[in-house]
Design a protein around this ligand. Structure first.
Ligand code: LMR
Length: 327
């Protein structure tokens, strides 16, 4: 058996955390031969400690063969000590009537602190995924507060948007979701995101010629506002689907995407005119071993470029609004 991979999770007792932990421990992230060690953050209150204790009791009761160890931490530096894989999930969630950007100040301080703690204690090749919203800017804040870690250690989750777009497209075409590839979502995990299906393929064949423009416009709106639709329907923000997307993102990043293109919000390398370092959703390939490459040569139409620029401007504005939290 391999040595356990140390996985740190913030927000483990929240709805997304509760959903992701059992899947990580069951082997859904690293496969059936890789043990894991879970390090879980608790707030420093009796209620939070008790709640996490309950989650850990359940994890123990699953008798997962791959769960080598687990521990609870109230100190973020302890939590991240030697962590190789990090899910930053804990944050104030969006409620009905709020935009993701409304969470900027509420959550920014958390990510500044966690960036500093990661900088001090995480493994130098940690792979850190920010799920808590507004995730692009939270990841930007964490990255900028961790100057001793390579910027490529950080990413933010737009895989949920890619999965949503893929599912909507499959429904519309009456095709199974499994054969659909090359669905991209550009930009910010906000209502401005731009789902791009110009290059979508089903089993290698292009599908864009089967789509009418009216449907495409509705599709773009539908994907961009899906999070809000779920809050309205469920009375709470998406949880299991977010956890599933976080696993998809991390698995592809660490183990490789097997030639598939996947959307990741990562620090820009200047591609498509996005300022370097801005945490932007790009089409990427993951060759394995925790690496990714931004696909920097997708052709853009003026319309797509305008959407990309809109997302760029929005993220620059968000970065400006939290400039006091940035190192
Ligand atoms: C989602 O897209 O479902 C999440 O980001 C939650 C939200 O606030 O929309």
């Amino acid at each position: 058996m391999n040595r356990p991979i140390r996985v740190a999770v913030t927000g483990p007792s929240g709805a997304i955390g509760y959903s992701i932990l059992f899947r990580i421990a069951a082997g859904d992230l690293f496969g059936p031969n890789q043990p894991v060690e879970l390090r879980l953050l608790s707030r420093d209150t009796d209620q939070s400690r008790l709640r996490l204790k309950g989650v850990m009791m359940e994890l123990a009761d699953c008798a997962f063969p791959l769960l080598a160890d687990m521990s609870a931490h109230t100190d973020e530096k302890d939590l991240f000590d030697g962590a190789q894989c990090v899910f930053l999930i804990g944050a104030q969630p969006r409620k009905e009537g709020m935009d993701r950007a409304d969470l900027l100040r509420a959550n920014g301080e958390i990510f500044r602190r966690q960036g500093r703690a990661l900088n001090e204690r995480a493994s130098r090749d940690a792979r850190i995924l920010v799920v808590g919203n507004p995730c692009n800017t939270n990841a930007f804040i964490a990255m900028r507060n961790a100057p001793d870690l390579a910027p490529e250690c950080f990413s933010a989750m737009m895989r949920l948007d890619q999965n949503r777009a893929t599912a909507r497209l499959a429904e519309h075409l009456g095709l199974p979701v499994s054969g659909i590839e090359q669905v991209i979502v550009w930009g910010n995990h906000s209502n401005s995101m731009y789902p791009d299906i110009r290059f979508a393929r089903y089993r290698g064949k292009r599908v864009d010629n089967q789509l009418d423009p009216q449907w495409q416009n509705e599709f773009i709106q539908n994907v961009a506002t899906r999070g809000g639709q779920i809050i309205k329907a469920r009375g709470a923000s998406s949880a299991a689907s977010a956890a599933s997307a976080a696993l998809d993102h991390m698995r592809d990043w660490i183990l490789g995407s097997e030639g598939r293109c996947c959307t990741m919000a990562v620090p820009s390398d200047g591609s498509y005119g996005i300022p370097r370092g801005l945490m932007f959703g790009f089409p990427c390939f993951c060759p394995g071993e925790g690496r990714y490459q931004i696909i920097s040569n997708m052709p853009l139409t003026p319309e797509v470029k305008a959407h990309i620029d809109k997302n760029r401007d929005e993220l620059l504005k968000e970065a400006q609004a939290v400039s006091d939290l940035i190192f």
